[in-house]
Design a binder for this molecule. Structure first.
Ligand code: SF4
Length: 181
């Protein structure tokens, strides 16, 4: 029996399975993807947004008001998992305003990024309101192969630097949790 002030815990797998089953039974949508921007600091051969990654197309992106309205509507229809993508999300000039508004609404946020734009400031800000997942696109296992798909060619090493900073920061944070305040 649970204390009245205690919320019972549930394993993530059981939680998500239950939600998917309920959504299927009610034919409701619980997962959404929002493409915030065409902007990206890289160019990949296969990219479907790359042809729009130019100043001519930026005025056609969703405005901040439109994005806030979409977040409201997604919350109202019961979206649980919200994937934010681009282009690269960190190229959006108001990314953190959007991200933090979505976080406050309670979505489980999944971030898609090319992984080359992590800075100390970005990592620290994400740690204040951690996303559910971060997916980093990596198109090959070697830098030379990557450079055949992506430009600029040195982006694989930049991505490595960003990833190292993320992992180091996450480890440090975990150590702090283990040590306690
Ligand atoms: S990193 Fe992603 S968004 Fe950017 S050009 Fe490549 S595939 Fe497109």
């Amino acid at each position: 029996m649970h204390n009245q002030s205690t919320i019972p815990t549930i394993q993530y797998g059981a939680f998500s399975q239950r939600l998917y089953e309920q959504a299927a039974a009610h034919q409701s949508v619980i997962k959404a993807q929002l493409e915030l921007t065409y902007r990206c600091n890289l160019h990949c051969r296969h990219c479907y947004t790359d042809p729009y990654n130019s100043k001519d197309f930026f005025p056609r992106e969703l405005t901040l008001d439109e994005i806030h309205r979409l977040l409201d509507e997604m919350q109202q229809v019961g979206i649980v998992w919200l994937n934010l993508t681009g282009g690269d999300i960190f190229m959006h000039p108001q990314f953190f305003e959007i991200y933090e508004a979505a976080y406050r609404k309670g979505f489980l946020l999944q971030l898609y990024t090319n992984g080359t734009l992590f800075t100390k400031a970005t990592i620290e800000r994400l740690q204040q309101m951690p996303p559910f997942t971060i997916d980093i696109s990596c198109h090959s296992v070697t830098a030379s192969l990557s450079s055949r798909v992506r430009t600029p060619k040195r982006c694989a090493s930049v991505m490595g630097t960003g990833l190292t900073a993320m992992v180091t920061s996450a480890r440090r944070r975990r150590c702090c949790w283990m040590k306690g305040p």
